[in-house]
Write a protein that binds this ligand. Structure first.
Ligand SMILES: [Zn+2]
Length: 130
């Protein structure tokens, strides 16, 4: 069993907040894509996103898909980290009633789900209000 902190140290570069910017139309995608939905170009350059942003909109999930049912209710938010670059993440470590549009958040690596059969832990970014 490894702790989340240990896991983050071992995390490969593609699990960091690395986005891809289309070399043709300059649109930024996170996670990075193979093909740009805007212009169909296939060349991207890596770009590290800021680890802080603000909540643009959010929703509270009260009936969750089965693999997340033990976490409900929880909040999902769209976080803007720089103009035009938005991430959909869970908003954690706060009272659901206190979440507001415009709230500043930090993006931190957290456990997303645990696959009991394979013992695999999936990590991703979650938004933590500052
Ligand atoms: Zn493009």
């Amino acid at each position: 069993m490894i702790t989340p902190a240990e896991y983050v140290r071992e995390i490969p570069a593609h699990h960091r907040l690395e986005a891809g910017r289309c070399k043709k139309c300059r649109k930024i995608y996170y996670p990075a894509r193979q093909v740009c939905p805007e212009c169909q170009a296939r060349e991207f350059e890596p770009l590290s996103l800021p680890r802080e942003g603000k909540i643009v909109t959010f929703t509270v999930i009260r009936v969750a898909p089965s693999q997340f049912s033990d976490q409900a209710p929880y909040a999902m938010g769209i976080v803007e980290v720089q103009p035009g670059v938005r991430l959909l993440t869970q908003v954690v470590d706060c009272d659901l009633d206190k979440i507001e549009i415009g709230m500043p958040v930090s993006l931190e690596f957290r456990k997303i789900q645990e696959d009991g059969e394979k013992g695999v832990l999936a990590y991703g970014v979650k938004a933590v209000p500052r």
